[in-house]
Design a protein around this ligand. Structure first.
Ligand SMILES: Cc1cc2nc3c(=O)[nH]c(=O)nc-3n(C[C@H](O)[C@H](O)[C@H](O)COP(=O)(O)O)c2cc1C
Length: 337
């Protein structure tokens, strides 16, 4: 069995380290450290006269897990939020606009005189932590700070800490998860983004590294074989139920409307939630199954009393040690001239 090894540790340390946010490459570096669906990094960056444009890279879309590109645009929002925080750290102001023409793109206009937001400091420490948590509750003050941080134009977070309500949402997670795990197309797409060992994680600089999810690292052929055997509804539902029961609560990002401009805003809201959580020593991980599966999304909406508001992402949060980090492609691979 391969271990995580010094190569992955070295790649992690080199990637998750400071850059100069006053340079275009520095800004894009911080943007690429954002959370993004399957770590597919379906984004391209270009310097414009006004600032930076971020557009989708449809060759990296997820046709099965994200058929309508909701997560893709949310991921662009995550990247934009990091970029804007980095701009602020360099004393620049920023304003975001979503342009729907073509595949749509995010335009970040940069100006002079912006202030630093303390969330910037959390960018290098943030991660999605897919382990069991320790069951400790989060204080009311920290819950309030998470809600405040996640409030952006058109999107916000709802936090759930009531055990009975968590149990109801967990039922939907398990129903939706069973639908996804038993869909061969979903499993095949997921498998194509899994990186079963450090070498393939480093070579591609993308995808979901086995150790980041607490799985053993294996040669790729063996990892694929084990995935086919052990990726079952029973095993995955057990894991998710345990993870939710060990968490302090659930977080639902929701937005005013169901369109790409609001998916971007939901991504920004989530990225801010994740950075604020990181700053407070609180971990989080996604459990988006009920928003991804068409049949369960309206059930989640009505269970939470969201009315016509769109549930965008579902997460759990709580306390746990960090897990091995995920990698990114270099800035040069995602910048267009
Ligand atoms: C819109 C969106 C959807 C995501 N969906 C899931 C998910 O369903 N399950 C999961 O474990 N992680 C999910 N993630 C987390 C990504 O897999 C994670 O951000 C990526 O692998 C990079 O890892 P890092 O955030 O730890 O740097 C999602 C992230 C975003 C932005």
């Amino acid at each position: 069995m391969l271990t995580r090894g010094p190569d992955h540790d070295a790649a992690t340390a080199a990637l998750w380290s400071p850059r100069d946010p006053a340079t275009p490459d520095g800004l894009v570096h911080y943007a690429t450290l954002a959370a993004n669906s399957h770590n597919a990094q379906a984004w391209r960056f270009r310097q414009t006269a006004e600032g930076v444009a971020i557009r989708p890279d449809m060759s990296r879309a997820l046709p099965v897990a994200d058929g309508d590109h909701h997560h893709l645009y949310a991921s662009l929002g995550c990247a934009a939020e990091n970029l804007m925080l980095a701009a602020g750290a360099a004393g620049r102001s920023s304003a975001l606009e979503f342009t729907p023409e073509g595949d749509g793109r995010v335009e970040v206009a940069l100006g002079q005189g912006g202030g630093a937001d303390p969330l910037f400091e959390a960018i290098l420490a943030r991660q999605c932590t897919r382990s069991d948590y320790d069951g400790r509750a989060v204080s009311a003050a920290d819950l309030a700070a998470l809600e405040a941080a996640a409030r952006v134009d058109g999107a916000e977070v709802m936090l759930i800490t009531d055990p009975a309500r968590i149990a109801q949402v967990l039922e939907l997670i398990l129903t939706a998860n069973a639908a996804q795990v038993s869909d061969p197309a979903f499993a095949a797409e997921l498998k194509s983004w899994l990186r079963f060992n450090a070498r393939s994680a480093i070579e591609t600089g993308d995808g979901l590294y086995a150790a980041s999810s607490g799985n053993p690292t294996l040669p790729t052929f063996l990892g694929r074989f084990m995935f086919d055997r052990f990726f079952t509804v029973a095993a995955e539902n057990d894991r998710h139920a345990r993870q939710v029961r060990s968490s302090a609560g659930l977080a639902i990002l929701h937005s005013d409307r169901d369109d790409p401009a609001h998916w971007v805003q939901a991504g920004r809201s989530y990225q801010r939630f994740a950075l604020q959580a990181t700053a407070l020593g609180i971990r989080h991980a996604h459990l988006n199954q009920p928003v991804e599966v068409a049949a369960t999304r309206p059930q989640l909406q009505s269970l939470l009393g969201l009315g016509s508001r769109r549930p965008d992402m579902l997460l759990r949060f709580g306390y746990a040690p960090p897990m091995p980090r995920s990698l990114r492609r270099p800035v040069a691979a995602v910048i267009d001239a």
